[in-house]
Design a protein around this ligand. Structure first.
Ligand code: 5AD
Ligand code: SF4
Length: 452
């Protein structure tokens, strides 16, 4: 049996795509390996969101080239595939810069991998055209064993691409226009996952709350409606979705946070900046106050909401005062967790051409201050759960023997002593201590969602 090694960079969409590639290659006779040295096929599923992420690929390809040469000297062939968003954005340039690469395949084309891999090694190929057909129709279904191996919490792509064109972002170019999968196909995949023991679904998409898929009734379904339907699936106890845009938080979705117990009280809703001028130049189409009011409305629906966001510091032209506006927004809103980045100019995006780029030193200083504040908020949020009883979905054995590890509704890792609980169970745990990354608790009883 041939072996495939898949390495994924970047967002959850890439994790999902990497799993689909592995499922597809399993039907082509490849088994997955975690050891690159023993792989007949190496796939790097790449990310282009920031320069650092994109450059990582080329340094990894240097290592892959050495490996390929060593294996070749031992009489073994290795095929190397670059997939994902760097593949989409750079195409042929990858073949020029990285001689080890045999196939370059975009995020919308990886269903073609079996035929691309059948070409002789001497024929290096690039497949990055946006196809008219839906790649999902060409992907094999994962086996029950493959789903079980991946655990009780699964990603499910419901939407791809983005039409928002934030001026810093490559996604509309690498992932293309916004497309929603039809409800029937999502339900089919969700049922299959539930049947194999999955308890938690995280619906993913570059702009997931813009979802507007065709329903079985012929009507267009919103994300709120889809969530209600998915919550009816036996076995599915928890639902999450990511990543969202503030402009697409409609009333139905906000109401779902109030009405649907399976919808976890956690929301990743990137704001990027707290300055109205910067938000405007970013083309975010909302102000800082509009974001504040939106969060108020969502918190009214779900008072326990753990809020998460992405931030960019040092966007072109960002002044000290504008950066302070972001710090103020963070203080006003309060975040349970977050991701923050220095602005990275991406070729082909409008913001990369703005002349007033912020210096690296200023970006570094702003990022440090911002991350310090966000870290304090994260720790305060975690400390706030000490003494509470929370439902925990058990995902794996804990760090030490006799422990189990799982996630709280707020996506916090939780550990507790247990010798009689199984992965996939939901139990009630009283939180007794907040560590730097995990919460520690004690078992109290079965979880309130356990009967699902
Ligand atoms: N520079 C820095 N951060 C970026 N992001 C997207 N594009 C860039 C860029 N050019 C961040 C945004 C987005 C997250 C996924 O990555 O915060 O929400
Ligand atoms: Fe990029 Fe998100 Fe903006 Fe779309 S909404 S352009 S994915 S940052």
């Amino acid at each position: 049996m041939k072996k495939v090694f898949v390495k994924s960079y970047g967002c959850q969409m890439n994790v999902y795509d990497a799993e689909r590639m592995a499922d597809m290659l399993a039907t082509e006779g490849y088994s997955e390996t975690k050891v690159m040295e023993e792989a007949d096929l190496v796939i790097l599923n790449t990310c282009h969101i920031r320069e650092k992420a994109a450059e990582k690929v080329y340094s990894e390809l240097g290592r892959v080239r050495e490996l390929k040469n060593e294996r070749e000297a031992a009489g073994r062939e290795t095929k190397v595939v670059v997939a994902g968003c760097v593949a989409q954005a750079e195409g042929k340039e990858i073949l020029r810069r990285a001689p080890a690469v045999d196939v370059v395949v975009g995020p919308q084309n990886y269903h073609n991998l079996p035929s691309l891999l059948k070409k002789p090694l001497s024929e290096r190929v690039v497949d990055t055209e946006f196809p008219v057909e839906d790649k999902f129709d060409h992907l094999p279904k994962p086996s029950k064993a493959a789903i079980r191996n991946r655990g009780v919490s699964a990603f499910l792509t419901i939407q791809e691409g983005c039409d928002k064109f934030c001026t810093f972002c490559v996604v509309p170019y690498t992932r293309g226009a916004e497309v929603s999968r039809p409800v029937a196909k999502i339900l089919d995949e969700a049922l299959r996952l539930a049947d194999a023991g999955v308890r938690e679904l995280t619906l993913i998409g570059q702009n997931v709350n813009a979802y507007h898929g065709e329903g079985p009734d012929g009507a267009v379904w919103s994300l709120g409606r889809l969530l209600h339907r998915l919550a009816e699936i036996p076995g599915i106890a928890r639902l999450r979705y990511t990543t969202s845009h503030p402009r697409d938080m409609d009333d139905e979705l906000i109401a779902a946070h109030r009405d649907l117990p399976a919808l976890m009280p956690y929301l990743h809703l990137p704001v990027q900046s707290g300055s109205d001028r910067i938000l405007d130049v970013m083309n975010r189409k909302h102000t800082g106050d509009e974001y504040r009011r939106l969060i108020e409305r969502i918190r009214k629906a779900q008072p326990n909401l753990a809020l998460s966001s992405d931030f960019i510091v040092g966007f072109p032209g960002e002044t000290d005062a504008e950066f302070e506006d972001t710090m103020r927004l963070i203080s006003d809103v309060g975040f349970a967790s977050s991701f923050s980045f220095k602005y990275s100019p991406r070729p082909g995006t409008p913001a990369a051409d703005i002349e007033t780029q912020v210096s690296e030193a200023v970006k570094a200083e702003r990022l440090a201050r911002l991350q310090n504040l966000l870290e304090m908020q994260r720790q305060a949020f975690n400390r706030g759960t000490v003494g509470q009883t929370l439902d925990v979905l058990l995902e794996k054995p804990g760090r030490h023997p006799g422990q189990m590890a799982g996630k709280s509704p707020y996506l916090q890792p939780v550990q507790f002593e247990s010798d009689r609980h199984a992965v996939g169970e939901i139990v009630t745990v009283r939180i007794i201590q907040a560590g730097s990354n995990s919460l520690f608790g004690e078992w109290i009883g079965p979880g309130s969602q356990a009967a699902a």
